[in-house]
Design a protein. Structure first.
Length: 300
């Protein structure tokens, strides 16, 4: 009944050929602020009832209506996330309000890439001819950003634990890439961001650090089971998203410069950017030319 009422109130006028994403983001910010003031954050049941009405706002419905499952499907997914929400120290959604903000902003990713076939399994990611092997690019000096692999053995996990205790500032406190694969467009954009960040950051700031790239649906479900806010559908699962470390750069006084670089790309319509706390999520926009070749690293 709530979905039917919401559709009748908002979906009929929601379709546009090119929804105003700036207005959408502003509407999401206002919705989340209002949600926090309402006290609905204390109860997922009350939150679901409040959201069922608030998502009919024209600026929000204009985007949701153009996602593959339409307004009704977007609402159903969000309500499922809200009802299933459990706080977790691993999750970027540190509160119910944060979950709603991240989920709604991620609908821009769904609008852009929700009709693309996702990689079902890790094997599909590793065998895809559309994805580049980052290790080979790194060895060839073609990356301006850094990353590391996720520790996958007891010995490597123990070594990481020792490193964190002995040298906590050496690297970000992140698990690392599960699969070091990325689309050429993503690598090109990340190299651009890395170069821009290096030009603006204070002297001595380490290079850009990437914490996540292409993922399979299989891995996304594993992350959800572990308590991470790993949404589905996800632009990571089609290879058009990256997560960039942010919190670590505070110790170098460089986080504001990095934020400005990322938001400049969003303002220019080249990416969707979501503040997820420790890392910021970046999704490429369809149809944008991110460069025809990879940029060689300095001195290569």
């Amino acid at each position: 009944m709530l979905v039917t009422t919401w559709l009748a109130a908002g979906q009929a006028d929601a379709y546009q050929s090119d929804p105003d994403l700036t207005a959408y983001r502003a509407a999401v910010t206002e919705l989340v602020a209002s949600f926090e003031r309402s006290g609905a954050a204390d109860s997922p049941r009350v939150a679901a009832r409040v959201l069922s009405g608030r998502l009919a706002a024209p600026d929000i419905a204009a985007v949701l209506a153009q996602t593959p499952s339409g307004c009704a499907g977007a609402l159903e997914r969000l309500l499922l996330e809200v009802r299933a929400y459990r706080p977790s120290p691993r999750s970027s959604a540190t509160s119910l309000a944060a979950l709603i903000r991240i989920s709604l902003l991620a609908q821009i990713d769904v609008l852009w890439w929700g009709r693309e076939p996702a990689y079902p399994t890790d094997a599909d990611v590793l065998s895809s001819e559309d994805l580049l092997n980052l290790d080979a690019l790194q060895q060839g000096g073609l990356l301006l950003f850094r990353y590391r692999h996720q520790a996958n053995s007891f010995v490597s996990r123990a070594a990481r634990s020792v490193e964190r205790r002995a040298m906590p500032a050496r690297r970000p406190m992140t698990a690392g890439l599960w699969l070091a694969r990325a689309r050429p467009q993503a690598v090109a954009l990340l190299n651009q961001i890395a170069a821009q960040f290096a030009a603006l950051a204070p002297p001595g700031t380490p290079p850009l650090w990437v914490t996540s790239l292409a993922r399979s649906v299989e891995h996304q479900r594993r992350l959800r089971a572990l308590g991470y806010a790993a949404l589905l559908p996800s632009s990571h699962c089609v290879g058009y998203a990256a997560d960039i470390e942010m919190a670590w750069f505070r110790r170098f006084g460089a986080h504001h410069a990095l934020q400005e670089v990322l938001l400049d790309h969003q303002r220019a319509g080249r990416a969707n950017v979501i503040d997820e706390g420790q890392a910021w999520h970046v999704c490429l926009r369809p149809g944008v030319n991110y460069g025809s070749r990879l940029m060689p690293a300095a001195g290569a």
